[in-house]
Ligand binder design. Sequence first.
Ligand code: GLN
Length: 492
Amino acid sequence: MTDLLTMTAVEARAALDDKSISAVELTEAYLGAAQATEALNAYTEITHDKARDMAKASDARLAKGEGGALEGLPIGVKDLFCTEGVETTACSNILNGYKPVYESTVTQNLWTDGAVMLGKLNCDEFAMGSANETSARGKVSSPWTVDGDGQDYAPGGSSGGSAASVAARSSLMATGTDTGGSIRQPAAFCGVVGIKPTYGRCSRRGIVAFASSLDQAGPIARTVEDSALMLQSMVSHDLGDSTSVAEPMPDLMGQINDGIKGLKVGIPSEYTMDGMADEITAQWQEGRKWLEDAGATCVEVSLPHTKYALPTYYIVAPAEASSNLARYDGVRYGARVEGGSLDEMYANTRAAGFGEEVTRRILIGTYVLSAGYYDAYYIKAQKTRRLIQNDFIEVFKEVDLLLTPATPSAAFPLGQKDVDPVTMYLNDVFTVPASLAGVPAMSVPSGLASNGLPLGLQLIAPSFREDTLVKAGRVVEKAAGFAAIASRAAGV
Ligand code: GLN
C-alpha cells in the first residue's frame, strides 16, 4: 500500500505500463489515503464510485495497450473546476448544491488522457485567500507540523486542499488555479511543486471565475517531472475561452533533463523586502549558487515597478471579481433566500451566500469601479499593470529566467493572520507580479526553515517558455535534494 503512495506519477505511469501495478490498486491506495488523512479536511468530497469506474476503464485500456499520457493516475480536483454531475461550489455557500451539467476543459483534458478523478479539493471561497481559511467548507490543515508546538499550520491558499493533499499523499497530483499566487504559495508552504503557466495556456472554460484577466489553471505535484507531465495534458487551445492561446506547448518531458548551461538568470533586486526572514534570503542565495553550479550565469536585474504590484492586484482582482460574482443572484445557481421583492431576494441570497472575505472583495471592487473613483483607482491600476508587464518584457531582453523566493516566510499557524486582511495580502508579494504580467512561474521546494517547515523558490520565465521553467526547476530540485515528508502524510 505504502509503496504505491510513494511512487511519483512518472514512476506509477511506467509501473502501470509494465503491469507491475494496476490502476485499480493505485486508485484504492489513494482512496484509502484520502480517508486516512480526512482530519486535514483537504477533500470536500471523495468520489469513490467514479474513481473506481475510471480506474477499471484505465486498466481495460492499458490491457489493450491504449493507455494515455496520464492513464490510471489518480488526481484530485480543486473545487473551482466544474465537474459534470459532481457538486462544484468554489467552497462558497452561494453555490451549495450546484452540480454542473458540463466538465471544465482542463479536467476533461485530464480524463481524456486517462487520469482518474479522486474527488474535489477544498480551497478558499472563490479562490480568495492565502491560507485556505475563507472556505465555507472549513479550514484545511497542512500535513506539516512543527515538532512539539501542537499547532495546525496553514497549507497556503487558495489551492490549499490541492497542495495539502499532494503533500499528504492523498492524491498523486492535483489541479490548482492561480490568480495572484494560489498555486505557487500553497505549493511552497506544503513542500510540493506548483506551476502557473502563461496566461491563456489553460482554458478557463468551466473554471469558476475570480478575476478573468489573471486566472490560470496549473498542476500541483510532488516533482518537477510530474508537474510537467500533468501540465502538458492540461493545456489546449479552446474556442470555449476567448483568451485561450493557440501557441503550441513545447514538449516539456522531452527536454526536462537538458540542463541550463549558458542560461542567463536575473536576480531582481526589488524582491529583497524589509523584514524578510533571514532564512528566506539564505535560500535565495543558495538557489543562485545551484543555478550557477549548473552552468547558468546570474546577474542582478531590476523590475522597478515591483512595489506597485500588490496594490495594483488588490484593485484589479476585486474589480473583476465584483463583476464576475454579480451572476450569483439566487436565480441561476445554487442557494436562494426568498424576500418580499426581487431586489430583496437578491440581497438576502447574496448576504447569506457570500463569506466575509468575498464580501470585502465585492465591496472594494464595486468601489473602485464606481463613477468618480474609476479613473482614480481602476484606470490607474490598469496603467500600473502595464508598467509592471513592461518591466518583465524589458528584463527578458537581457535574461532567460528570474529567480526569487516564492513566499516572504514559511507557513504560519492557522488563525494567525486572518485578523488583518492586509497582513494576509502581503503573502502574495512575490507571486503577484508574474500574475499581472501573465508570464509563467513555478515554485519548487528548496529546503526547510529552522522550524522544519518547507520553503520554496520561484522561477519566472518569459511568456510561453514553460520549457525553460521546467528545465531550471529540475536543476533546483536536484540540487536541493528535498526529501522531507510531511509528518501527517498517509503511510508515515
Ligand atoms: N492570495 C491571493 C488572493 O487572495 C491570490 C489568490 C489566487 O491566486 N486565487 O487574491
